[in-house]
Ligand binder design. Structure first.
Ligand code: AMP
Length: 442
């Protein structure tokens, strides 16, 4: 019986070799800027105790209620539930506290890049395995830190060349403001609840703030006229929000205060922000973040404020896709501006060509080239010399090193310079310097 062709799990696409240069560019750009802003990398496990996310993100959130990939492990007597991480923040705070980093110094800037998992309905820009570039600044209440983080996110977008994005900004206040505003919201929404979607009817008692970002058109229309949170902030929260706005103005970063912006996690306090991009469809946020001043103490740590942000890497790549008119306009990859070699293989090195009798010697020549830091490869597909030359040409090799019987006997190769079209016999001991353009012996 034969297998049915196996497929990757739904919503968990492969990233194929032709796509990897775009991913690398994204990562390199982000790392470069994050490190310039003082962030250091932290790598946490893919799995954490389910409880960490339930408590960190909030029990009444879409992620914890229905989107976690959880697995039951352990024995009957000691059952354990682990979940694939749906976000980074809870893990980073756990690691900070577990390793007492906050005792070594009270302020940390940490970043992570990697895969996350949410059991969502896959659609354009929404997958079950996706990737984020994530930054967390832990140990400060300073509104200038919120400004710096938004500036960093904005710089990443600019350096990548993302266009047509905006910055939405809001303040969710502190626990006190939220408590008061919760009642304002309930009083406003109660008379209209009958018209609203079933999900929002459920949210009314459990987490009324989530109604603000409901996607149903009827609910959206109702929510458009709720009294804005900004009018219900306490004095310190208002001062914080004003300082963030003034800081953004100083850096000439444009933003729109959007009272409907609440975001999907319970831990946010005060500043929240999001970057929607007009190039994307319904799932239009390339990234976002906010301040979470209660999470560290709630997880058993000291009183300490923090801010975080995350970009979805798939969404950034979608936002960087060329506009239809620009497609195929140049040799450079239109999505990223990275020059691409024929077949996507930017090699330049040496292709070693041999005959069946000389392949064993050729494999030693190949190893010598690689040990000399020269990118090199050998034909493993049983091609004739002529066919091997064609492949070397097509894949952009700079040289072909031919190992014939004479060459094998005398310890040399015939080195063909593919661009110049010239060829010469070179002793094996001189091969590495010859291909690096250094004259042998001098
Ligand atoms: P969040 O962690 O929900 O604040 O999301 C931050 C960013 O991650 C979003 O703006 C998206 O760019 C990206 N993101 C979140 N969920 C998904 C998903 N299921 N698939 C792809 N990207 C996602």
């Amino acid at each position: 019986m034969s297998w049915q062709a196996p497929k990757a799990p739904r919503g968990m696409p492969d990233i194929l070799p032709d796509d990897v240069p775009r991913w690398r560019r994204l990562e390199d750009t982000a790392r470069d800027l994050l490190e310039r802003y003082g962030y250091r990398e932290i790598r946490t496990p893919l799995l954490e105790s389910t409880d960490l996310f339930a408590r960190g993100i909030g029990e009444v959130t879409d992620i914890v209620e229905k989107e976690m990939f959880s697995l039951a492990v352990g024995s009957k007597d000691r059952p354990e539930s682990l979940s694939l991480r749906p976000e980074f923040t809870a893990s980073v705070v756990r690691a900070l506290l577990e390793h007492n980093l906050h005792r070594k110094k009270p302020f940390w800037k940490l970043y992570s890049i990697g895969a996350l998992f949410r059991y969502e309905r896959p659609q354009a820009g929404r997958q079950r395995q996706f990737h984020q570039i994530n930054g967390e600044a832990l140990g400060s209440y300073d509104p200038l830190l919120d400004v710096e983080m938004i500036d960093l996110a904005d710089q990443i977008l600019r350096r990548l060349g993302v266009e047509d994005y905006r910055l939405r900004l809001n303040s969710l206040g502190c626990a006190g403001c939220r408590g008061r505003y919760r009642e304002v919201l309930r009083d406003f929404l109660r008379p209209r609840l009958a018209e609203m979607c079933e999900t929002c009817k459920g949210r009314f008692d459990r987490n009324v703030f989530r109604i603000l970002d409901c996607k149903s058109p009827t609910d959206k229309a109702i929510v458009a006229s709720v009294p804005p949170m900004e009018q219900h902030l306490c004095d310190p929260c208002r001062a914080h929000f004003d300082a963030v706005k003034a800081g953004l103005d100083r850096l000439e970063i444009a933003y729109q205060v959007d009272p409907q912006l609440v975001r999907g996690f319970d831990y946010y306090t005060r500043t929240v922000f999001e970057f929607p991009c007009a190039r994307l469809g319904a799932q239009d946020a390339v990234g976002g973040g906010g301040r979470y001043d209660r999470l560290i103490p709630d997880m058993g740590g000291p009183e300490a404020g923090a801010v975080g942000f995350a970009f979805g890497m798939e969404r950034l790549l979608l936002a960087l896709e060329p506009k239809p008119a620009a497609a195929g306009a140049s040799d450079a990859d239109a999505r990223t501006g990275v020059p691409v070699a024929p077949d996507g293989a930017a090699r330049g090195g040496v292709f070693v060509a041999a005959f069946p009798e000389t392949r064993a010697v050729a494999s030693a020549v190949l190893a010598e080239l690689r040990r000399g830091a020269v990118p090199a490869d050998l034909d493993y597909e049983g091609r004739s010399l002529k066919a091997a030359m064609r492949v070397a040409d097509r894949e952009g090799y700079a040289f072909v090193a031919i190992v014939g019987e004479d060459e094998a006997r005398e310890g040399s190769v015939t080195l063909k310079d593919m661009r110049a079209g010239t060829q010469a016999r070179v002793a094996r001991g001189d091969l590495v310097s010859a291909v690096r353009g250094v004259k042998a012996g001098g």
